[in-house]
Design a protein around this ligand. Structure first.
Ligand code: SF4
Length: 437
């Protein structure tokens, strides 16, 4: 019979700390751990500390010391844990330290050092979960909610502020997906570049190794799984620069999905867009210098309230200059509850449509030129399906469902979900054609 893992628990401090302890104990029991009555029966000990006054600090440090001496495997949480240095200086052997109200982080540390017991009911669900996508690509959701308040959007009022998933859980899910045969991971959220802001980039664990809850660190860890990693919904914050060299080195796909939405500073301000003040064109130029193969997809809104012809011209100039690979454009539409509805100078419907068409016409030529430049190149593609006309595949430049495809006209021997090398023979406005080499 498999041994059920046992956790010892020491709870110090005020009623708030006790309530934290209850939450952690409930979670431990819900996952099937047994709470051990003493140090010697436990496989690991959690100490919930207090750091309110000096005497409480002393008592907490003593309790950690005792647990280390009696058991050896100790995770520290609670108010003294917020002063991680104090704990680590006194007891460098502790496995992990978290602050108060950190049930998820404590559970993550417990999972890292004492794996969850087998659950005959939950374990009927495959490790990679139930998925609606084909077997070879999968969406990896890293957070829920958003800290921004773009005036055209009601997501924060529906889903609340940003809540990042623990990085250990995200990595475990990614690993399960790859083990189940997934070849492409699509990282999604409302704001991927903000990953970890809500937990102050807390250090989590993956395979027993510390890992910060942050986009760059996540991308680096995902790159070790040996599959395509594609980043969606990234905003051009300064730290996005950190992932570009990873793209140039072939660690993650040189592809960024950045919803710029507009280019006029006045409109961006009225939209309250994140990173609106960044000099986007200069950033794009610098990224392409480091990673010339970088593909950028974006979306824009035409006819936002207050958008003048001059603002729109600024957007067209940006489109011309930025030479983005893939672009979607929507006309502004008033969503119930969005604060932009109260802005002055709504643009008439017909004018919005006209502007959208002008933007898309300009972009169609740019996209077509960028695709035409690929003719003659050899590209690695991932085969999505085999149809009567040939195989439908995608290169690093194509995210599933939103971008174009590569149609392979000699598909003999190709299998969906496998990679192939293809020489590009022809191009259109959205798609490429090629043959297996
Ligand atoms: S549009 Fe703005 S507010 Fe809405 S989810 Fe995206 S970043 Fe957040």
């Amino acid at each position: 019979m498999t041994k059920i893992p046992k956790v010892g628990f020491v709870s110090l401090g005020c009623p708030k700390a006790t309530s934290d302890s209850e939450r952690i104990l409930t979670e431990l029991r819900a996952e099937g751990y047994i709470i051990a009555p003493n140090y010697s029966d436990a496989d690991l000990v959690v100490v919930n500390t207090c750091g309110f006054i000096d005497a409480a600090v002393e008592e907490s440090l003593d309790a950690i010391g005792e647990a280390l001496a009696e058991n050896g495997k100790v995770i520290v949480t609670g108010c003294l844990g917020a002063k991680g240095d104090v704990v680590r200086q006194a007891h460098p052997r502790v496995l992990a330290v978290t602050g108060p109200h950190a049930t998820e982080a404590v559970m993550e540390a417990v999972h890292a050092h004492l794996p969850k017991p087998h659950d005959p009911y939950l374990d009927l669900v495959p490790a990679q979960g139930i998925r609606l996508t084909p077997d070879h690509f999968a969406y990896l959701k890293i957070s829920e909610g958003c800290n921004h308040r773009c005036t055209f959007c009601i997501i924060p009022s529906m889903r609340g502020d940003l809540v990042s998933r623990p990085i250990g859980d995200v990595m475990q899910e990614a690993e399960n997906l790859v083990n189940a045969g997934v070849k492409e991971l699509l990282v999604i959220s409302q704001d991927t570049s903000a990953y970890g802001v809500d937990v102050k980039y807390r250090t989590g664990f993956w395979n027993g190794r510390p890992l910060r809850t942050r986009m760059t660190e996540l991308a680096a860890a995902l790159s070790q799984l040996g599959v395509w990693v594609r980043l969606h919904y990234v905003y051009p914050y300064p730290h996005v620069d950190e992932v570009i060299p990873m793209m140039a080195a072939g660690k993650i796909l040189p592809y960024l999905d950045i919803p710029f939405q507009h280019a006029s500073p006045k409109v961006l301000k009225a939209m309250k867009r994140p990173a609106a003040a960044e000099n986007t064109l200069a950033r794009i130029k610098a990224w392409r210098e480091i990673c010339p193969e970088l593909v950028i997809r974006s979306t824009f809104i035409a006819g936002f309230p207050g958008e003048t012809e001059a603002d729109f011209q600024m957007l067209l100039d940006f489109i011309e200059e930025a030479q983005l690979d893939r672009v979607g454009c929507f006309t502004y539409s008033a969503v119930e509850g969005a604060t932009a509805n109260a802005l002055a100078d709504h643009v008439p419907e017909q004018l919005k449509e006209e502007r959208r068409a002008r933007l898309m016409e300009l972009q169609a030529d740019i996209s077509a030129d960028r695709l035409a430049a690929r003719v003659g190149q050899t590209m690695t593609v991932l085969v999505d399906e085999i149809t009567e006309e040939g195989a439908v595949a995608r290169s690093y430049a194509d995210a599933p469902e939103i971008d174009g495809v590569v149609v392979i006209e000699n598909p003999a021997g190709l299998v969906p979900g496998e990679f192939a090398k293809v020489r590009i023979t022809d191009s259109g406005e959205h798609d490429l054609w090629g043959e297996v080499v």
